[in-house]
Design a protein around this ligand. Structure first.
Ligand code: 16G
Ligand code: MG
Length: 550
């Protein structure tokens, strides 16, 4: 198309009018709200993805339709940049502007403004690959996306129902095809082979583990895990639970990684199924988060969250790097966390390697991790991965090991670069990574858990009049606005042994979050409640609705 076909875009956009009175925002996880009001947004995202592709000389852009761990009636959409990473931050604002244009005419005008402001050559080709999770509103949203792509004349490739990390993988594979950095084959078979073959090499000669239970959250992780089980064959016994993807209302309901992390308990469906000492893990609704857990002999539940995964994995990688003879000033392993990381995990890691704290959200962690030769990042909620820098990969390839032990450690590291989905957190890839480390360390869940003891912690939501007045600094650990509130929080925290607390506005819900940590459970709960009340009172909340208990 030599110029923008304004009439075609308007005609198509008219089929998906923007619902009145709703404001959409491209937040930390893209657009996310009730699935039945998202069609206009997704149509427009189709146009935006095409513009992004044109801007990047026809590189393939990804679009994922999912609302992750949210309830089933929600849905969402996010864009994936050419190397499989999150959309560049500057374009999030364009997404929000396009989504909120009131009419089709206004929409086309915003498109034209974007084309000239971002200097987009409209004659370039546009390529978009897309997928959705298992939500009931998914097919209608895919139809809206496809019409958006058609309206602007983009080439679309429908990958059907896939996990978020598989879609990210596809984007990277497609764009790196035929180059020296080719990431893999852009097919499910390619993904499965990459993971399963590297896994088998990494556990060769190790004792076959006891069966691992996987809670698939009744979501898209289930069909993907089913395929993976076949590729893994005898190498690891996996038992899938919560695989009811067509049962209405089942998605994320009393199961999944977010349920386990926030409730700190077993999904009820695993009661009586999980045996003491047995390992289990939960994926979230789009399979990009992973939480492990087990029951001890007394039947008590123990959770191994993203922080525990980071500790396990980072220490293992450091050992391999040392064993391989790679460590040095130009080969640095580091970890990236957020303020939500348990204080004990930060201490454990900081004793062994550099640790950086960044604001919440995958894009911040991912970018910070790129500064290390090997950057391990995990959020406490179970989202994370490991990045190997191009120079680290070169160093591994050209390194000449001088002993068989060095050669074996080096080969393990190279296999890890294949096993780990380096585009984004991937629950299934991370799960295999954890299993590799457990096999190499001969660890049970309890032994893994004993790397450090979690400090008791509490997360509380506070509903305030306007969460936009909350502004933070120092990786969200301190408030700068409302003025004066941080000093009051500090005053409270000082009264608690080992106390730590911070307040930040949520990027995905209309609430302010309060996190508290202390050395005992009652003190932690008291601190969390006191800070929550402080936040509430300070912002002039209705005294009748003041939080009085947790
Ligand atoms: C989104 C983020 C996740 C973050 C969470 C925080 C991505 C892909 N996901 O789910 O990383 O932990 O938001 O939510 O960036 P909050 O701002 O509501 O606390
Ligand atoms: Mg998710």
């Amino acid at each position: 198309m030599s110029s923008l076909d304004v009439d075609a875009i308007i005609a198509h956009a008219d089929q998906y009018p923007k619902p009145a009175g709703v404001h959409f925002q491209y937040g930390t996880a893209g657009f996310r709200t009730r699935g039945d009001i998202l069609e206009s947004v997704v149509f427009r995202v189709g146009v935006l993805a095409a513009l992004r592709s044109k801007k990047l000389d026809g590189k393939t852009i990804g679009v994922m339709i999912t609302a992750s761990h949210n309830p089933e009636h929600d849905n969402g959409v996010k864009l994936v940049d050419p190397r499989g990473e999150m959309l560049e931050a500057a374009w999030e604002i364009h997404a929000t502007t396009l989504a909120n244009a009131q009419t089709s005419q206004e929409f086309v005008q915003t498109v034209q403004t974007l084309i000239s402001a971002a200097n987009i050559d409209i004659t370039k080709p546009a390529n978009v690959v897309y997928a959705r999770d298992t939500r009931p509103t998914g097919p209608a949203l895919v139809a809206a996306l496809e019409l958006g792509l058609k309206a602007i004349g983009a080439q679309g490739r429908n990958e059907g129902v896939q996990t978020t990390p598989v879609l990210h993988y596809f984007v990277r594979c497609i764009n790196s095809k035929g180059t020296k950095d080719s990431y893999g084959d852009d097919s499910v078979d390619g993904y499965m082979k990459k993971l399963s073959e590297s896994f088998k090499s990494l556990v060769a000669g190790k004792t076959r583990p006891e069966p691992l239970i996987i809670d698939c959250a009744n979501g898209v992780g289930a069909p993907t895990a089913e395929i993976l089980v076949k590729y893994l064959g005898e190498s690891i016994p996996l038992i899938l639970h919560n695989t009811a993807i067509s049962t209405k209302g089942a998605l994320n309901y009393e199961c999944g990684a977010d349920y386990v992390k926030t409730q700190q308990r077993l999904p009820p469906s695993l009661n009586g199924v999980l045996k003491p000492g047995q390992r289990a893990c939960s994926l979230d609704g789009d399979a990009d988060r992973l939480i492990y857990y087990y029951l001890d002999e007394r039947g008590h539940f123990h959770m191994l969250d993203g922080d525990k995964i980071a500790a396990l994995v980072a220490a293992f990688i450091i050992d391999l790097v040392n064993l391989a003879g790679l460590s040095g000033d130009d080969f640095k392993v580091g970890v990236v966390q957020t303020a939500y990381a348990n204080g004990s995990s930060t201490k454990y890691l900081a004793d062994r390697m550099p640790v950086k704290c960044v604001p919440t959200g995958v894009k911040h962690l991912h970018h910070a991790a790129e500064h290390y030769s090997v950057g391990v990042y995990f959020e406490a909620n179970g989202h994370g991965t490991v990045l190997f820098s191009p120079s680290a990969v070169e160093a591994m390839k050209s390194h000449k090991p001088s002993t068989p032990a060095q050669a074996s450690a080096l080969q393990h590291l190279i296999n890890l670069t294949e096993l780990i989905n380096q585009t984004v957190g991937d629950a299934l890839s991370d799960m295999l990574l954890v299993e590799v480390v457990l096999a190499h360390r001969s660890f049970t869940g309890a032994e893994w858990n004993s790397l450090y003891n979690d400090l008791p912690n509490r997360l509380v939501k506070v509903v305030v009049k306007d969460r936009n007045i909350f502004k933070t600094e120092d990786a969200e650990r301190r408030l700068v606005s409302p003025v004066g509130l941080q000093e009051k929080v500090d005053e409270l925290v000082r009264k608690y042994d080992g106390g730590r607390s911070f307040v930040r506005p949520s990027g995905t819900e209309d609430v302010v979050r309060v996190y508290a940590e202390a050395t005992s459970r009652p003190q932690t709960d008291e601190l969390a409640l006191k800070v929550a009340q402080l936040v509430y009172d300070f912002t002039g909340g209705d005294p009748m609705k003041r939080p009085e208990s947790l």
